[in-house]
Ligand binder design. Structure first.
Ligand SMILES: *Cc1c(COP(=O)(O)O)cnc(C)c1O
Length: 372
């Protein structure tokens, strides 16, 4: 087996999907599986579909291409507003796309007409995250233009929370999104089929007691893949948090950490130094670095502490004497670490698929979310 590598347990991804899909179904909400953090990995996408996702969503056309090349024929929605230079690829590969710019929608419409198809449009509404979106006051006029434009059809509206500014979705904001859909229906005539309320950060709202209004879809990546609530970082009850593991190999061990006799130039380095002196009796170097993943997003195994990392080296302190040159160490990744590691050319992905898992997820009682 090569290292570094990512081990992916498809059974756990399927289980997580089933758990969240089942609970949201009771609330009338369907789940679209978001594959961008795994670069559109076809087997992981398939596990999401097998777990009950109604479709897939991707941020990059190159990842959609990967899914299509692997033979995936189901519905894929592009959830980053398309580049004007990519409209032909978008209508060819994706049933639908998220949009905020009328000039791009016109480009998609022209491309769809050239291919004699109709491309579905979601209008993204800015509800406070300040990353992307149409201001609510401009939504009516843009929706009307889309409804009147040949080559495209207005499929729904969507909002996104807690991405750029960390604004969590509130019941009031979700109610505002619902009434926007009613407003468009009144104005444009056609029924707004899908109201997509947001991402994994919406789960506490969606599984809560408040009415969900017209929201009938969520787009979930992190909750399914990592089993955690992105805002608190806590495990969602009944979900696996270890569907992914990053494995790296020890290439050097030192008996004693010897602080360099030079003055440290930055307070950040001084902090790292302090950690290193407490980190245990030995220092290990592993063959993985910032070029491969977000090192800060790795959870160190028990008995080890992060000392620091460079582009290609990870330095940890340990009190475990069994770790030698050639030993493999396993790390859990957060979302950022996962998405970088999945995209790293030097990291192989190894899939596991046990159709009958014996161990159910450890029942740590989650404070905010209870799925089962
Ligand atoms: C990334 C993304 C999602 C999925 O977010 P998670 O936190 O992984 O659930 C949903 N919608 C949009 C627009 C996104 O960019």
């Amino acid at each position: 087996m090569t290292s570094p590598r990512i081990e992916v347990d498809l059974t756990k991804i399927r289980h997580n999907t089933q758990a969240v899909v089942g609970r949201l179904k009771e609330r009338g909400i369907g789940v679209t599986g978001v594959t961008k953090a795994v670069c559109g990995h076809p087997a992981i996408a398939q596990a999401m579909l097998d777990g009950g996702c109604v479709g897939l969503a991707e941020a990059r056309v190159s990842n959609v291409q990967r899914l299509r090349t692997a033979g995936m024929t189901g519905s894929i929605t592009l959830i980053r507003t398309p580049m004007l230079s990519q409209v032909d690829g978008v209508v060819q590969l994706c049933e639908a796309s998220y949009n905020t710019e009328i000039v791009v929608i016109a480009g998609l419409a022209a491309a769809a007409i050239r291919k004699k198809i109709v491309h579905d449009i979601f209008l993204v509404v800015e509800m406070g995250d300040l990353r992307e979106g149409i201001l609510p006051k401009n939504l009516d006029s843009i929706a009307q233009q889309v409804v009147n434009m040949p080559g495209v059809a207005l499929k729904g509206i969507a909002a996104n929370f807690a991405c750029l500014s960390g604004i969590a979705p509130t019941a009031a904001k979700m109610a505002a999104l619902s009434s926007l859909s009613t407003e468009i229906e009144g104005l444009c005539g056609p029924y707004v089929e899908t109201v997509s309320g947001g991402n994994s950060a919406n789960l506490p709202w969606a599984l809560g007691k408040q009415p969900i209004g017209h929201v009938n879809n969520l787009r979930l990546g992190e909750a399914i893949l990592l089993g955690v609530d992105p805002i608190t970082g806590e495990q969602i009850d009944g979900m696996y948090t270890d569907a992914f593991a990053l494995i790296a190999e020890v290439i050097e061990t030192d008996a004693e950490p010897t602080p360099p006799p030079i003055a440290l130039v930055s307070p950040d380095l001084a902090k790292l130094r302090l950690v290193s002196n407490d980190a245990g009796a030995r220092r290990l170097i592993l063959a993985i670095g910032q070029q491969d993943t977000d090192i800060q997003g790795l959870t160190m195994p028990p008995g080890t502490t992060l000392i620091g990392a460079t582009s290609d080296h990870l330095v940890v302190g340990t009190n475990q004497s069994a770790l030698r040159v050639g030993t493999e160490m396993r790390f859990r990744m957060n979302y950022k670490a996962l998405m970088r590691a999945m995209a790293a050319p030097d990291i192989q992905t190894e899939l596991r698929d046990d159709r009958n898992p014996r161990r159910s997820p450890s029942r740590i009682k989650a404070k905010h979310l209870a799925l089962i």
